[in-house]
Design a protein around this ligand. Structure first.
Ligand code: HEC
Length: 237
């Protein structure tokens, strides 16, 4: 294309300086313009084709990276199963927590939570033949530390909550072949008794007890509607 334009330019110069070859050169110029147009069109078409191909490859790559060959239907199935397990686990945990608070106040609730939360996750994991975990960007129990894939999801969910969107459960196939489902956990009013702001919903005396069990606690300062964390349910391959 570049050569063709130079060629055109040269012919133009010759045309101006030598009128004897005017007709012949005019013919040549005509051929050249056609040639130039054809090359230009071809280049354009190539560009379009290339960008289309690039788009398709990126799409494929993104899909492969996210789901590693799992179909959208399979992912939706996993999400459905994960949500069921998280709901059942949450119900069990909440039931035990409320019963404990009813019986012996918040202090008893904390004590019970401390005793049962991890064990419950383990026994439910066995029951459902999955790994059930609760995690957050601000954790209370150091055993609930998020892994990198969980941090990525938590950051994404956090962004969505801040943008006023309703966060939906999501799933990913990991490098090892297992599928992980991530389900948002939101802060409700009742949670503020133990995860709210100190001196407000979270009484200083309650927090003293929490600090005894969890000296490195980070899981406070939440407000209603905040993202507290996620359920992370791992299905073995
Ligand atoms: C009676 C106090 C109390 C209340 C009320 C409470 N929590 Fe907690 N929460 C705890 C304690 C204690 C732990 C640490 C449990 C453990 O040792 O595994 C915890 C841990 C968690 C975790 C696991 C992640 C981490 O930080 O270790 C999540 C998620 C969580 N709470 C969410 C909630 C939500 C949502 C509510 C309201 C529906 C709630 N909590 C209400 C005391 C409470």
């Amino acid at each position: 294309m570049f050569l063709s334009s130079i060629h055109n330019l040269m012919i133009g110069i010759v045309l101006l300086s030598n009128s004897k070859f005017k007709i012949m050169i005019k013919k040549l110029l005509f051929i050249n313009i056609i040639l130039f147009t054809l090359i230009f069109m071809h280049a354009c078409k190539n560009d379009k084709q290339q960008s289309k191909e690039a788009k398709e490859t990126t799409k494929k790559e993104v899909k492969a990276e996210d789901n590693k060959g799992l179909s959208d239907d399979a992912i939706a199935d996993y999400i459905q199963k994960g949500v069921k397990i998280a709901k059942a686990s949450g119900k069990t945990l909440k039931g035990k927590l409320i019963a404990a608070v009813d019986k012996g106040g918040l202090q008893n609730g904390i004590n019970t939570c401390n005793k049962i939360a991890q064990k419950l996750m383990d026994s439910l994991s066995t029951k459902y033949n999955t790994k059930i975990k609760r995690t957050s960007l601000k954790i209370r129990n150091p055993k609930d530390q998020p892994s990198q894939d969980e941090i990525d999801v938590l950051v994404q969910f956090e962004k969505e909550v801040k943008a006023g969107k309703k966060v939906k459960p999501t799933a990913k196939k990991l490098d090892g072949g297992e599928v992980k489902v991530y389900i948002p956990i939101m802060i409700e009013k009742v949670c503020l008794n133990c995860h709210g702001k100190i001196g407000q919903e979270l009484k200083a005396s309650t927090y003293e007890v929490i600090k005894k069990y969890y000296p490195n606690d980070e899981a406070i300062d939440y407000s209603e509607g905040d993202l507290r964390g996620i359920w992370s349910i791992t299905f073995k391959k």
